[in-house]
Design a binder for this molecule. Structure first.
Ligand code: FNR
Length: 184
């Protein structure tokens, strides 16, 4: 069986992040061909074009880019901040997209799961991210879509998703994503 290394980028640095809890559940319920790895963006310095152009790129940028490049595919699990993606995720996208012509995102098949304690499930973040992925040449799976609303009610005190309907949905989402990666 061919296996694919999938980088999971989480749009939250919060210790108890619901998005991170969802991502950890995905590791357990994904098909065997997907090897999921969480990429840490907490130490990533803010993108500054001056640092790049003067050859003073922080080590954190280089490490992050190398880490992403090791992977075949990208899965974004993100909350919504003010109807868009959190700044930490935008910064990670910007850092990975440079130097110009050497974007680490280029051509890697992607998928998005947006997460919110609210009812709309991070729709705004999900679609803003889609717009950026179009420019970054990341073919993002269109169906099924994943907007996980009321996420705090889906996770138990151990951070596990117990609701059978949600588990079924996420299993089918990850199965479709595996097919999407294979086709790419
Ligand atoms: C939020 N939150 C939020 N929720 C939402 O559904 N739509 C939104 O636009 C926003 N905006 C927003 C802005 C800021 C600055 C914060 C701090 C929070 C609430 C957000 O969904 C909630 O804090 C989640 O728990 C964040 O995700 P993690 O950290 O649990 O993964």
């Amino acid at each position: 069986m061919k296996t694919f290394n999938v980088a999971i980028v989480i749009g939250s640095l919060r210790k108890g992040s619901f998005s991170k809890q969802v991502a950890l559940n995905l590791q357990k319920l994904s098909p065997g061909e997907l090897k999921l790895h969480l990429i840490d963006i907490s130490g990533l310095e803010m993108y500054n074009q001056d640092l790049e152009e003067s050859g003073q790129e922080p080590a954190s940028w280089k490490q992050f880019r190398q880490e992403v490049l090791k992977h075949d595919a990208l899965l974004f699990v993100t909350p919504e901040y003010n109807r868009s993606i959190p700044g930490v995720l935008k910064n990670a996208l910007d850092v990975g997209s440079r130097p110009y012509g050497h974007s680490v995102w280029d051509g890697k098949p992607g998928a998005i799961i947006s997460v919110s304690p609210g009812a709309i499930g991070g729709f705004g973040a999900n679609h803003h991210l889609r717009q950026m992925l179009t420019f970054l040449n990341v073919p993002a799976m269109q169906q099924p879509e994943a907007y996980l609303g009321n996420v705090h009610k889906l996770l138990n005190e151990k951070g596990e998703i117990a609701n059978p309907a949600t588990l079924d949905f996420l299993r089918s989402f990850m199965q479709a994503y595996a097919s999407w990666i294979e086709k790419d």
